[in-house]
Design a protein. Structure first.
Length: 257
């Protein structure tokens, strides 16, 4: 650990589905402002681990600690409110909403006015709604989408849809951002741009980032450390150079004769 404060850790995280052990005894540790990779072959348990951290699954065993607080089994909306945001492997934009409205969905996590004030559009609600729109537009400007704010989210090219989903996650003002295969479907040039984009997000928004990614150029290019899963087990952890040379990792990805 080279960044001091621990943002997220898991202790013996295990997830079973009947007789299948999808994740077994996972121990992650993510420091402040680190970019950490969670990699492994298909079916290794990576997305299951994400789902346990973000509350979509309650782990069968173990704990999830966020900033020292045990959040194991918390509901997803509560974990988001505490400062953990994520994207999904398959883009999950709201198809009937505009680009701006998609970001406002994330902003509304923090508006914090009651149903009564919202229903009557009281001044406090209108003030916070206006502030949310300004914040959403500032986020869109950060990624060059401000001119498309009123257009349909699903009319954007694929790469921009990926960025919009990340912006919607940023709208919740997280301390930890989990990205599930952000480079999926991107060409080499888009992948290079994504690497620079993720680094900029980390620096400008003071984030810690945990990402799942099969695109090795992206993982090796931006991750300071990584954990490698295979059949739910952690088979390696360390920096990019050590991971690339690890015999267990090579076997997991390429097999043996």
């Amino acid at each position: 650990m080279n960044k001091g404060e621990t943002i997220l850790s898991t202790e013996g995280l295990t997830m079973r589905f009947g007789g299948l052990v999808a994740v077994s005894g996972l121990r992650l540790e993510i420091g402040k402002n680190e970019i950490i990779g969670l990699i492994g072959p298909n079916g290794a348990g990576k997305t299951t681990a994400f789902n346990c951290v973000t509350g979509l699954y309650r782990p069968s065993e173990g704990r999830v600690l966020f900033m020292g607080r045990d959040i194991t089994g918390f509901k997803p909306h509560r974990i988001t409110e505490l400062g953990v945001a994520r994207t999904f492997q398959n883009i999950r934009l709201f198809k009937d909403l505009t680009v701006l409205e998609n970001v406002l969905v994330g902003c509304n996590i923090g508006i914090g006015t009651g149903l009564f004030a919202a229903t009557l559009h009281l001044p406090a609600y209108r003030k916070r709604e206006c502030a949310a729109r300004e914040f959403a537009m500032s986020l869109l400007a950060e990624v060059g989408l401000q001119d498309e704010a009123d257009g349909s989210a699903t009319s954007l090219p694929y790469g921009k849809q990926r960025r919009l989903e990340i912006v919607r996650a940023l709208a919740t003002k997280p301390s930890l951002l989990l990205l599930d295969e952000p480079a999926a479907g991107m060409n080499p040039q888009e992948s290079l741009e994504l690497m620079a984009f993720i680094r900029r997000l980390r620096d400008e928004f003071d984030l810690s980032i945990l990402l799942i990614e099969h695109h090795m150029q992206v993982v090796m290019g931006i991750c300071e450390r990584m954990y490698v899963l295979d059949y739910g087990l952690t088979i390696a952890q360390g920096g990019p150079e050590a991971i690339q040379r690890d015999p267990k990792v090579i076997e997991a990805y390429l097999g043996v004769e």
